[in-house]
Design a protein around this ligand. Structure first.
Ligand code: NAD
Length: 512
């Protein structure tokens, strides 16, 4: 049997063929990385101001091509039209931020010396990009996921090899087309294929930025460590929402409905489990169920008609169905939804009540349109259960008392906590976005760190005073020099003479 050389991309809502892409071999990936490596020095040399011009041209292209980009994205995902338009909008916002700020973020730093003894040197920290950054992305936001890491890497002065998900590679190819169409330097390449193509990226690039499942992240970490190249992993999540008894329940219900069902629940930071204080449990469930029942689900055309579309593929449907079935068998109640709609991969938005941590819907990542809700006695139990997870991506806390909510937030093991809201941190590029525990390692964005992470840091020292033939500490050694040097370092380090044994210094100086 001959191995396939192409992948067919189909709309999971309709089954329609959206496109075909090659399965790039390891040799193809290696050749493209070699080419990028040759082009990168010129890209680095034009500096952040030069790169800003190209990134802003790309931003214009994203604005001008928004409808076409949404068409392509919709054709490979079966998303609602509004969901399909979010990727380009998000991409435009992020591109502007890093295009304009990179110069400031990458400027040399002149840290103040740590000790009076170090004041004889001028200190400089220089940020130099890794030549080729490999970006490997999942299928849930086929344009935004590439853009959020490709743009900061390009802004840093790196060349980028992008390997999008084999489920949704067409939007990433559009991004590369845009880069070519504006006539930008050839420092962005896309390779297509599945795990083997991704592994070849890890085998050739100088830094790996990965977004995807925890299982794949673990393989990438092992392969990158073998090559001694740095990596950053944005992995799965099981985000809790905590609804305290004093919360505005109407807002909490609508916010959590959005947080759980946006993009049909296929968001790394979607609300995947809800803990509600006992006094408001029943009322909250009524409000949440009402909010979820209002959602319109179907297959959109170019006119936005629906709130929710399809799941990415049959594999996702089977995970969601299993989590619902297992919960129901163990005694959970389905308040709305619970089944496929009968069209494509569409699964009804589902609210489950009376769940607990023996159920897979509360412990495994679902990545679909389910909101399992559990009653808790109080705040302390909510915090303990929220932290009872291998994941720690993000969380939300709902309360009328913002100070109380923040006290709760600071006790949660999560990379981000939004108070009385969901996803808000995703729209603040000045904040770091990273998971704790099995949700990842490293972080994206966070202002300057968003570009500096793609750089090696170089330390340069340069004499301030005129130099002599020999520094006092150079050869030949002598007890006198040693004790003076030790005394000086101790005095400087302890900020005083308290820890300097003057008698000992004196003894050594006299040769005793
Ligand atoms: P996945 O891990 O199956 O695939 C992700 C990418 O890795 C794909 O491009 C795939 O081809 C590639 N890949 C697979 N095996 C590889 C290997 N051995 N070496 C290199 N690359 C390899 O993930 P998915 O199913 O596409 O995406 C869903 C997952 O992504 C969920 O777990 C979700 O939580 C996570 N996610 C996380 C974030 C975040 O920022 N933390 C954002 C979106 C999605």
């Amino acid at each position: 049997e001959v191995a396939p050389t192409e992948i067919e991309i189909r709309n999971p809502a309709t089954g329609e063929l959206a496109g075909t892409v090659p399965i790039d071999s390891a040799e193809t990936v290696a050749a493209k990385v070699r080419e990028l490596r040759a082009q990168q020095p010129a890209w680095e040399a034009i500096g952040p101001e030069g790169r800003k011009q190209w990134l802003l041209k790309l931003q214009d292209w994203l604005v001008d091509n928004t409808d076409r980009l949404a068409d392509v994205l919709q054709s490979e995902t079966g998303k609602a039209r509004v969901d399909s338009l979010i990727d380009p909008a998000f991409s435009i916002d992020l591109t502007g931020y890093y295009a304009r700020r990179a110069a400031k973020f990458l400027a040399d730093e002149h840290p103040s010396p740590h000790s009076p003894l170090a004041r004889v040197k001028a200190l400089t920290t220089v940020f130099r990009p890794y030549p080729v950054v490999g970006v490997i992305t999942p299928w849930n936001f086929p344009l935004a996921m590439p853009v959020i890491d490709v743009i900061p890497a390009l802004a840093a002065g790196a060349a980028v090899i992008l390997k999008p998900s084999e489920v949704t590679p067409l939007s990433a190819l559009e991004l590369a087309r845009g880069w070519r169409e504006i006539g930008a330097p050839p420092v962005l390449e896309v390779v297509t294929g599945a795990g083997a193509t991704g592994a070849a990226v890890v085998g050739n690039a100088d830094y790996i930025q990965f977004t995807g499942s925890t299982a794949t992240g673990r393989k990438i970490a092992a392969a990158a460590t073998e090559r001694m190249i740095p990596f950053s992993l944005e992995l799965g999540g099981k985000d809790p929402a905590i609804v305290l008894a004093d919360a505005d329940l109407e807002r909490a219900a609508h916010g959590i409905a959005f947080g759980g069902m946006f993009n049909a629940g296929q968001v790394c930071i979607s609300v995947e489990r809800v803990y509600v204080e006992a006094p408001v449990y029943d009322e909250f469930l009524r409000k949440l169920t009402a909010a979820v029942k209002e959602l319109r689900q179907g297959v959109d055309g170019r006119e936005p008609k629906y709130d929710m579309g399809a799941l990415a593929n049959e594999n996702q449907v089977s995970i969601v169905a299993r989590h619902v079935d297992e919960a129901v068998k163990a005694g959970a109640r389905v308040l709305t939804g619970g089944e496929r709609t009968g069209v494509g991969t569409l699964f009804q938005p589902t609210v489950l009540a009376d769940v607990d941590h023996t159920m897979s819907c509360m412990t495994e990542e679902t990545f679909g349109p389910t909101l399992p809700v559990m009653k808790v006695a109080n705040e302390a139990e909510a915090i303990a259960l929220a932290n009872d997870s291998i994941y720690g991506l993000s969380a939300s806390v709902w309360s009328a008392d913002k100070d109380r909510a923040e006290r709760v937030a600071r006790q949660l093991n999560a990379g981000a906590v939004n108070i009385n809201d969901v996803f808000a941190n995703m729209f603040s590029f000045a904040l770091p976005m990273g998971g704790w525990g099995q949700s990842g390692t490293g972080a994206r964005w966070g202002g300057a760190n968003g570009v500096r992470k793609y750089c090696k840091q170089q330390a340069i020292t340069r004499p301030i005073l005129p130099t002599q033939t020999k520094e006092p500490l150079w050869f030949p050694y002598s007890p006198v020099k040693l004790s003076i040097a030790m005394g000086a370092m101790r005095a400087a380090g302890t900020r005083g003479l308290r820890r300097v044994d003057l008698l000992a210094v004196l003894k050594t100086v006299r040769g005793k």
